[in-house]
Ligand binder design. Structure first.
Ligand code: ATP
Ligand code: MG
Ligand code: MG
Ligand code: MG
Length: 465
């Protein structure tokens, strides 16, 4: 049956609310956690409860949320697969010692087959290597043995980052049919579409790589809303779902190019539609473009969106047109984009203007440099550095443009030039700081002399370690 994105979101939250979970709002894309750059999963805001440094509200078995997520590891492949977005919504439910595997598997199966009405024969299940217990649970629910496979560390052991709560998991895949590429769950194709990850959060990953058991056995699950919408709407990819298709429509209107007319323009339409969401939500949560940390991720996304806008023939600043559509589609679920509309508009406008002015010159400079190179060769580090320093091209953007011509980029050479520049900047800062602090004399001036200028890191973290 057909369901809209909004209907799936509500059905999920209601289902788990009815089973005793507390419905809670999405947390910010800026995690309250110095080990993570951005919020990339629903569990991030619940870390203290898994660790039991904070106890969850009495009267509930756990929590259920729809969490806005940005994943940097997926940025480079956006638009090339049908199932990866840089910004997506993750539906989740979380237990901190209350319910565990048995309940969770039963509910996931019930929600999939009864609430969503997915045909049982299309569902496939994976478990972590020797997790026989979970195999037995799926079998007891009626899953045939040949629909269950064992996968290793990479797919079926989930962690948000190098440390913290983690554990083995079991995932559910939907067979989209033989017209899609792919042979089995866990491969790169889209045929077997992973839509739900159920993590059995039992460990706390330590700095040294070892796993310490958590005080309780917990549940952390994530279901991709856009992936489920694609399934329920019977479309080929996340980009053809109701919400994403409307955003692609904005690009069509602005450029006069129609979707599905040419693979190259399709890619650009997808990239801009996707990036417009990540950029808008990141700024609404208080991230500003910069040359490091999450500000750099934002800048990269923003500039790449502008580049692809230009490729589509859109001239002048255009991203705020997408913002209007985002507010219409998502503003009721995420009021922060409505409340911070002006800020988002201003930031994207100024970044668009700043980059737009040099984009053409940078592209001309780069295509000149590429003329002397053949497929298989490398662009030198100095050119990549000049593109970064003078024309504002994030090196990943240079990479991407070069890759279209089959040319690599000398990243080591680029980094060496970056390091030289940092050294120059540090020397200049120390001189400024010496001058400033010398007004106070005594110990401050001594400290600056000895250690150099300190770096402001308040945008990345608010504690000392
Ligand atoms: P994949 O293997 O397809 O990259 P994943 O294993 O990295 O997905 P998880 O970390 O298990 O994904 O996240 C839980 C769920 O969130 C996934 O099952 C999927 O439905 C959804 N999801 C993950 N990454 C994305 C993305 N980039 N875009 C849209 N949905 C995503
Ligand atoms: Mg992934
Ligand atoms: Mg996976
Ligand atoms: Mg997964």
């Amino acid at each position: 049956k057909y369901m809209t994105t909004a209907e799936i979101r509500e059905a999920y939250l209601k289902f788990f609310e009815e089973r005793g979970c507390k419905r809670m709002p999405s947390s910010s894309l800026i995690p309250d956690d110095p080990s993570l750059l951005l919020t990339s999963a629903g569990m991030v805001q619940f870390k203290p409860y898994f660790l039991h440094v904070r106890e969850f509200d009495e009267g509930y078995v756990g929590a259920t949320t729809v969490q806005k997520c940005v994943r940097t590891n997926d940025i480079d492949i956006i638009g090339t697969t049908g199932r990866h977005l840089s910004f997506f919504e993750m539906l989740g439910n979380f237990s901190f010692g209350a319910y565990f595997k048995k309940e969770m598997c039963a509910w996931a199966y019930e929600f999939s087959t009864e609430v969503l009405g997915l045909p049982k024969e299309r569902l496939y299940f994976t478990v972590y290597l020797d997790d026989d217990e979970t195999i037995e649970i799926w079998k007891s629910l009626g899953v045939p043995e040949d629909h269950i496979t064992r996968l290793g560390e990479e797919d079926n052991f989930w962690r948000a980052g190098p440390t913290g709560p983690c554990g083995p998991c079991s995932e559910i895949y939907y067979d989209q049919g033989p017209e899609f590429e792919g042979e089995k769950p866990g491969d790169d194709g889209d045929r077997f579409l992973e839509y739900w990850n159920c993590v059995f959060t039992q460990f706390d990953g330590q700095e040294d790589g070892t796993l310490a058991p958590l005080p309780t056995k917990n549940i952390d699950t994530g279901m991709g809303l856009e992936r489920m919408a694609a399934i329920m709407q019977g479309v080929q990819s996340n980009y053809e779902t109701d919400v994403m298709r409307d955003l692609i429509g904005v690009g069509e209107r602005l450029s006069g190019v129609s979707y599905k007319s040419d693979p190259a323009t399709d890619l650009s339409l997808r990239i801009v539609a996707d990036h417009s969401r990540s950029v808008s939500f990141m700024i609404a949560d208080g991230i500003l473009p910069s040359n490091e940390g999450r500000g750099y991720v934002l800048r990269r996304l923003l500039r790449r969106a502008v580049l692809h806008g230009h490729k589509l023939g859109i001239s002048g600043p255009f991203l705020s047109e997408y913002l209007t559509c985002i507010i219409d589609l998502m503003g009721s679920v995420y009021p922060e984009v409505v409340d911070n509309r002006q800020l988002v508009e201003q930031v994207i406008r100024s970044e668009e203007e700043r980059f737009g002015a040099t984009l053409r010159q940078g592209q001309a400079y780069l295509s000149q440099a590429l003329k002397g190179l053949q497929s298989g060769q490398e662009l030198d580090g100095l050119t990549a550095f000049t593109l970064h320093d003078t024309y504002g091209f994030p090196v990943e953007l240079t990479d991407e443009i070069c890759a279209e011509a089959g040319i690599g980029v000398d990243r080591a050479g680029f980094e060496a030039h970056m390091e030289q520049q940092r050294t120059r900047a540090r020397a200049a800062n120390t001189k400024d700081a010496e001058a400033a602090w010398s007004t106070y004399g005594g110990v401050y001036a001594e400290v600056v002399k000895k250690h150099g200028a300190s770096e402001f890191v308040g945008y990345e973290r608010t504690t000392a370690c």
